[in-house]
Ligand binder design. Structure first.
Ligand SMILES: Cc1ncc(COP(=O)(O)O)c(C=O)c1O
Length: 340
């Protein structure tokens, strides 16, 4: 089985399981789990932020960032193609009483111009006020596009100018770092809050990190409890996250290399892609996405249909060069079989 549906399918390695088994644990709701505390300190340092909080998922990290930086009735500006707008079960409105305001983007990326047009701060009872701008780095539905640090700096400056907050959904932040050469702290310095997932390309079984100021993370801690995300002896999971941060970051560039080779080989074979793919996420154009996904699945290659015109393939650490070669053979055959 070659599973290209997502980088979330990565499984813990033997060394990661070993680190999990050895982890010292305590009750994290009492803030007494030494491994969780170590992970949070390590992640905060990596991001150059005062504090970090280990949370169960990227979805919860984003939601907490919105809840602590906006009040019910406020607006959160985000990209039309953003993950919170498409895939987080309308939690901004259902849980936060917040209005998501999607703005046009380029491959999931926002520009200061597009954002500024939508910032509302008028003292008039008709209006919901903008509290937060949320960016995604890398973009999921935007083909893994990444921001340059300068672009994030400009958005951070715009947010500050208007007295609003900039949140970065960096579910795949380290993929952006691998692609641009910037450090996580280079990006984070321009954001009030930033999160990343340990459970995607980094290969941990669960968990995300949210970071910001110490006082923001105190508010986040209460919010996590309110959402039911306070867990107990989760040093076992934190150990996996620490192991991933200490050992797996360099491997992301290899995922990107395989994604490039995959794309080049399919393009040479007549395949067309919907958008650029600078990191590990590719959208291959096909008139009958379900037919292609089905034909690939018959051959043991798993992908996801995307919209009416493409399928998604994501490269990750559980796909090696041999599997890449096999996947390419299956793609070429399935493509030929399903093209009208
Ligand atoms: C860009 C982005 N943000 C947030 C999430 C949510 O992460 P989780 O699945 O851990 O809730 C994902 C998950 O795929 C994502 O791709």
């Amino acid at each position: 089985m070659i599973d290209l549906r997502s980088d979330t399918v990565t499984k813990p390695t033997a060394a990661m399981r070993e680190a999990m088994a050895r982890a010292e644990v305590g009750d994290d709701v009492y803030e007494e789990d030494p491994t969780v505390n170590a992970l949070q300190e390590y992640a905060a340092a990596l991001l150059g932020k005062e504090a970090a909080l280990f949370v169960p998922s990227g979805t919860m990290a984003n939601l907490i960032a919105f809840l602590i930086q906006a009040r019910p009735g406020d607006t959160v500006i985000l990209a039309e193609e953003s993950h919170p707008f498409h895939y987080e079960a309308a939690n901004l409105s259902r849980v936060g009483g917040l209005m998501p305001w999607p703005v046009p983007d380029a491959f999931g990326k926002l520009t200061p111009d597009a954002v500024e047009k939508r910032i509302v701060q008028i003292d008039d009872p008709h209006f919901s006020h903008t509290a937060v701008v949320s960016i995604e780095n890398t973009t999921n539905r935007g083909g893994g596009a990444c921001y340059d640090v300068e672009e994030v700096r400009a958005l951070g400056a715009l947010a500050r100018e208007h007295g609003i907050k900039l949140h970065c959904d960096g579910a795949r932040l380290f993929n952006a770092c691998a692609a641009t050469g910037a450090s996580a702290a280079d990006y984070a310095q321009h954001c009030d809050t930033i999160c990343f997932c340990l459970s995607k390309g980094l290969g941990a079984p669960a968990g995300s990190i949210l970071a910001g100021t110490r006082s923001a993370m105190r508010a986040a801690l209460q919010c996590r409890k309110m959402l039911g995300g306070g867990m107990r002896q989760i040093g076992i999971l934190a150990a996996a996250g620490l192991h991933a941060l200490q050992h797996h970051l360099p491997d992301l560039a290899e995922d990107h290399r395989r994604a490039r080779e995959f794309r080049a080989a399919l393009e040479a074979n007549g395949g067309a892609f919907v958008m650029p793919s600078p990191t590990n996420i590719l959208y291959l154009r096909h008139p009958s996405p379900f037919a292609l996904v089905g034909a690939l699945a018959q051959r043991g290659v798993f992908t996801l249909p995307h919209e009416a015109d493409s399928i998604r393939a994501v490269f990750h650490r559980d796909i090696d060069d041999t599997m890449l070669g096999e996947a390419l053979d299956h793609f070429k055959a399935a493509y030929a079989e399903t093209m009208p």
